[in-house]
Design a protein around this ligand. Sequence first.
Ligand SMILES: CC(C)=CCC/C(C)=C/CC/C(C)=C/COP(=O)(O)OP(=O)(O)O
Ligand SMILES: [Zn+2]
Length: 436
Amino acid sequence: MDSAESSNQRRATVTQHEQWMVQDQVFQIYDIFANIPTKAQNLMLELQRDSHIEYLNKGLMQLSSSFVVLDANRPWLCYWILHSIALLGESIDYELENNAIDFLKHCQDPNGGYGGGPGQMPHLATTYAAVNSLITLGGRRALSSINREKLYAFLRRMKDSSGAFRMHDAGEIDVRACYTAISVASILNILDDELIEDVGNYILSCQTYEGGIAGEPGSEAHGGYTFCGLAAMILINEANRLDLAGLLDWVVFRQGVECGFQGRTNKLVDGCYSFWQGSVFALLQRLHSVNGKRVAFSDAEGDCATDSTSEGELTDGNSSETDETCHMKQGVGHGEMEPLFHSIALQQYIILCSQEQGGGFRDKPGKAKDYYHTCYCLSGLSVCQYSWSKDENSPPLPKAVLGPYSNLLEPVHPLHNVVLKQYHEAHEFFSSQSTS
Ligand SMILES: CC(C)=CCC/C(C)=C/CC/C(C)=C/COP(=O)(O)OP(=O)(O)O
Ligand SMILES: [Zn+2]
């Protein structure tokens, strides 16, 4: 262990043998692909929309009845499935929609927040999943089922004296908790100075010598936590406090020769990091160009201020946010610019290695599909497809989309990972309601 590393926890690693096994499987797929006629290649690159929808609807129906395995995870299953369906541009059956709203209502604690199932203790992760599910469903019934006042009280209870958040009563403090709290507060328009206070100091203390962000101070940088930390810092207008150059340097080295992303140094690639790491690029790209110069933002939309705060200057929440942060919160595009990662290669990994022809996505070849990987592979695919986009109103150029253009998914809001259209509906709905 060198001296830089000794101040942090020892890094998790995989053996060279495990690494080669994965590369072997992936390269075999790419070899087959390279050696078949173009017509067959086109078929291999197709997104199996119908099979995915069938797989997702099956999950939703199971969820509607009782789903005993993963019992404390049902709001998550709701979110992974509903968000995947929304990304594919499909809607769900009226009865299933009502069942989902009713089910989530039963998960809502009388004192605020959502538990993993009816009557379970409220938890920040399932609160985030439930809120994102209801926003994805959209409409008055879903959105007004969220008790924002009680949710605000729950968030205040989860706030530690250090400024960071706990996952649940007497639970662990980490960057995930900070992100989920800030994300739901922001999207529900209940974010205030009390919730923001000192949370940035905690996230800052989790950025490691490698440049990525860890779950807790002294732990190892990881893609999941890096997304959480960066997104939370942007939402509180404190992203410029991070070492963004170091962050970019760390994340660019996480894309492997297999074309997918790994979550941390010396670990295996996995389809779910297509979103966790891919969206970090989308966020960084909107913050700065590679050499630190500001990127050109598209024309202002909505109610963003026109005077931009000078670079490096910090702002304190909603009142005096920079133009840039305001645009980012609204999901406004970032000018045409080459992505800072290999977007086509990542799409290749997602479609050829993570996609199952029978519907659903997996971590890597040889692993089983599941709803978590389906959600984050599709979210990552969407991030890739829009990574060159001029703005949200102009669809991506065909060169940005691997495979047939019919592979194009709905764009996501990179700070919250909900489909942009649904984000705008929620933003409008909650901005007309008073805070707390
Ligand atoms: C919004 C929200 C709740 C975000 C969660 C973010 C997230 C995915 C965190 C990852 C946690 C973690 C250290 C996984 C490592 O698993 P592993 O050791 O099995 O995987 P690895 O080998 O790929 O690191
Ligand atoms: Zn994974």
